[in-house]
Design a protein around this ligand. Structure first.
Ligand code: ADP
Ligand code: ZN
Length: 210
């Protein structure tokens, strides 16, 4: 199954992508994680992307389209994949269509704007393995340490309150129109984000079936 997860920053796309990945044994592909990895490794692409990400802006379409094109051509995507954080603009969605990528379902996780700020301010990430946590809703076993790989958790610069509003505006202006785009194709499924991760996961799994 070829899936797209849509939703505002902090809606919980990444967490649900991990759950689907475990359930269906298909890779979860996060453009945000790929970009952060590139920044950590100091690659040319990372250098290019950093200023956009830190400012809460989108990285230029051609950069992320290139990343996705390369990633989807790898063998592990043959039985399906989950796109987390791509597409984020109409031109990115059109690029997927032009690549001949057939999408089966788009799951849109809806969380009201008022709840986004607290979700993002509590978010902690592992820069080594990409795992994400929340100080309140999804705490690691040991405070400040990644359950998966033992690395120290950090707060992303773009999760600081001064950048969050910009990211939300960007989401509403550039990403939300994708709901219409996929609704028209008849493949959009809406999931209301819940307080508890497992409740959202139950709704997400249901959206994979009906
Ligand atoms: P979140 O969904 O929580 O905002 P991501 O990790 O998906 O976080 O993305 C972080 C940042 O990486 C975005 O704010 C943006 O700058 C950049 N980015 C990720 N995916 C894309 C994309 N498809 N197009 C443009 N920029 C992207
Ligand atoms: Zn880790």
């Amino acid at each position: 199954m070829n899936l797209i997860l849509l939703g505002a920053p902090g809606a919980g796309k990444g967490t649900q992508a991990e759950k689907i990945c475990e359930k269906l044994s298909i890779p979860a592909i996060s453009t945000g994680n790929i970009l952060r990895e590139a920044i950590a490794n100091g690659t040319e692409m990372g250098l290019k992307a950093k200023s956009f990400i830190d400012a809460g802006k989108l990285v230029p379409d051609e950069v992320v389209i290139g990343i996705i094109n390369e990633r989807l051509n790898k063998d592990d995507c043959r039985n399906g994949f989950i796109l987390d954080g791509f597409p984020r603009t109409i031109p990115q969605a059109e690029a997927l269509d032009e690549m001949g990528v057939q999408i089966d379902r788009v799951i849109d996780i809806e969380v009201p704007d008022e709840k986004i700020a607290s979700r993002l301010s509590g978010r902690r990430v592992c820069l080594k393995c990409g795992a994400t946590y929340h100080t309140e809703f999804k705490a690691p076993v040991t405070e400040g340490i990644c359950d998966v790989c033992g690395e120290k958790l950090v707060q992303r610069k773009d999760d600081m309150p001064e950048t969050v509003l910009d990211r939300l505006n960007t989401y509403h202006e550039q990403t939300e129109p994708l709901k219409d785009y996929y609704e028209k194709k008849g493949i959009l499924h809406i999931v209301e984000g819940q307080e508890k991760v497992e409740d959202t996961t139950a709704l997400t799994f249901k959206a994979l079936e009906d």
